[in-house]
Design a binder for this molecule. Structure first.
Ligand code: MEV
Length: 419
C-alpha cells in the first residue's frame, strides 16, 4: 500500500498518538504495537546475543519523516541518544522532497573475504595455480551455503593481490561473495575457513588470516538529491553551504566533524535495525581517506536553477536478515516500519539518511547555528528532570526558551508556580 512519509505535526503528538498514526498508515498489528510499548530486551535474548550479561540498556527509537527515496515514501526508524538528529534528518528530507527526494544506486551485495597466504616462493606460479583452480575453489566455498546458492547468491569470483609488509610479502586471495539480503560476514568467514586446506595444497603456502574485509568497496551506495534554494532559505544559504563543504574537503579537523554528522543518521538507522555499526563506520572512514587524505564524504554543486545538488557515495555493508536481526523482534519491527522488500531499498534509504543529515547540519551551521535546535530539546530535558509531566513539559520548556534561561533552578521555580 502506498504511504506518505509527510506527517504534519508528528512532533507535537504524544508517543501513543505517534504509535497509532504509524500503525495505521503501515498496517501494524496489535503485536507490533506491543513490541513498541515494551521494547526492553528480555534477559533470555540478551543472554543469547553476548556473553557475561548482567542487564541491558535501552535507547530512544524515533521516526524520521518526509523521506522519498527513488520515488517511494519511507518512514525511517532511528535509535540514538543525541537530541536533534531525528528532527534534522526529517528536515533535510523535507527540503529534498520539493524536488522529488533522493535518488540512489546500489552496486549489489558483494562482500570481500580475505585469505592471507604466507611462505610463497614464486608469486607468479602461486597466482597461476589459483587461477587454474578458480571454479574448484568457488565450488568449495559454495558447498558451505546451499541456501545462499539457491537464492542466486554465493561466491562469485576470486581476485589476487600481492602486499609487501615489514615481515614479508603476502599473497592475498579475495573471495567475492554475493550475500544478497544478509550483511554476510558469517557466511563469508565460513567459506574462507573451508578454503584453507585447498589453498595451502595448491600454493604450498601457509594460510594465516581468513576474515571478511569491512572495506566494502564492492557494496557501494551513491545518493543524490536536489535541495530547493527557497526551502533552504535562499541562494545565499546555497553559497554558504558550498563554502562549508569546501572547508570539509580541504581540512581534516572539519572533515571529521562533517562526516560525524553523516554518521549520526546512518548509525541511528543501523542501531534500529540490528546492523553492525562498527563494520560500517570502519569502512566509511577508510573510504573518506581513500586518496591518502581524509576528506568530506559529500560533494555539492549549484545547478542552473540556483538549487543545491548534493551527492554522497559510501560503502555500506548492511543486511535485513541474519545475525542479531533474527533474535530481536524490535529489529524486525524497525525493518517493517521501513516498508522495504530487499536490502537494495534498505541500503538506498540508509545512504539517503546520511545525505539528509549532512545537508540539515550544514544548513543550520551556515544559518542560525545548531545550538538553537539543541536548546529546544535541552529545555524539554530539563523540564522533565525537575519533575514536569505531560503538557507541563512543553509549557516549561517554552518559558525557559523565551526567557533565555535554560537552567534547572528556573525550571523548578516555574514548575512550583504551575502546581
Ligand atoms: C553534531 O552531532 C553533528 C554536527 O557537528 C555535524 C557537522 O558539524 O556537520 C552538527
Amino acid at each position: 500500500m502506498p504511504i506518505s512519509s509527510r506527517i504534519t505535526d508528528f512532533y507535537n503528538k504524544s508517543i501513543e498518538e505517534r504509535r497509532e498514526h504509524i500503525a495505521e498508515i503501515l498496517g501494524l498489528s496489535i503485536e507490533d504495537i506491543h513490541i513498541l510499548r515494551n521494547s526492553e530486551l528480555s534477559e533470555d535474548i540478551s543472554n543469547i546475543l553476548i556473553e557475561n550479561v548482567i542487564g541491558s540498556i535501552s535507547l530512544p527509537l524515533g521516526i524520521a519523516t518526509n523521506f522519498i527515496v527513488n520515488g517511494k515514501e519511507h518512514l525511517v526508524p532511528m535509535v540514538i541518544e543525541e537530541s536533534s538528529v531525528v528532527a534534522a534528518a526529517s528536515h533535510g528530507a523535507k527540503i529534498a522532497r520539493k524536488k522529488g527526494g533522493f535518488t540512489s544506486e546500489y552496486t549489489g551485495s558483494y562482500v570481500i573475504g580475505q585469505i592471507q597466504i604466507l611462505g610463497i616462493s614464486d608469486f607468479d606460479i602461486a597466482k597461476k595455480v589459483i587461477k587454474e583452480n578458480h571454479s574448484l575453489l568457488l565450488e568449495i566455498a559454495n558447498s558451505t551455503n546451499q541456501i545462499l546458492l539457491d537464492l542466486g547468491g554465493g561466491a562469485k569470483d576470486i581476485e589476487l593481490r600481492q602486499v609487501g609488509g615489514q615481515l614479508g610479502d603476502y599473497l592475498l586471495l579475495h573471495l567475492i561473495v554475493d550475500t544478497k539480503d544478509a550483511m554476510g560476514a558469517n557466511a563469508v568467514n565460513t567459506m574462507l575457513e573451508k578454503l584453507q586446506p585447498k589453498i595451502e595444497e595448491l600454493t604450498n603456502g601457509k594460510v594465516l588470516l581468513r576474515i571478511v574485509s569491512n572495506y566494502a568497496l564492492k557494496r557501494m551506495v551513491k545518493v543524490k538529491a536536489v535541495f530547493d534554494k527557497e526551502e533552504l532559505g535562499g541562494e545565499d544559504v546555497v553559497n554558504r553551504i558550498l563554502i562549508a563543504n569546501d572547508l570539509a574537503q580541504n581540512d581534516k579537523f572539519r572533515a571529521v566533524t562533517h562526516n560525524k554528522g553523516i554518521m549520526n543518521g546512518i548509525i541511528a538507522v543501523l542501531l534500529a535495525t540490528g546492523n553492525d555499526t562498527r563494520a560500517v563506520e570502519a569502512g566509511i572512514h577508510a573510504y573518506a581517506a581513500r586518496d591518502g587524505r581524509y576528506s568530506a564524504l559529500t560533494e555539492y554543486e549549484k545547478n542552473s536553477d540556483g538549487d543545491l545538488v548534493g551527492y554522497l557515495e559510501i560503502p555500506l555493508s548492511i543486511g535485513i536478515l541474519g545475525g542479531a536481526i533474527n533474535v530481536n523482534p524490535s529489529y524486525k519491527l524497525a525493518l517493517k516500519i521501513l516498508n522495504i522488500k530487499d536490502v537494495e531499498v534498505f541500503t538506498n534509504i540508509v545512504g539517503a539518511i546520511g545525505l539528509a543529515q549532512n545537508l540539515a547540519a550544514l544548513r543550520a551551521l551556515v544559518s542560525e547555528g545548531i545550538q538553537k535546535g539543541h536548546m529546544r530539546l535541552h529545555a524539554r530535558n530539563i523540564a522533565m528532570t525537575v519533575g514536569a509531566k505531560g503538557d507541563e513539559i512543553k509549557k516549561i520548556a517554552n518559558q525557559l526558551l523565551s526567557e533565555e534561561n535554560i537552567s534547572h533552578d528556573r525550571a523548578k521555580e516555574i514548575l512550583k508556580t504551575e502546581k
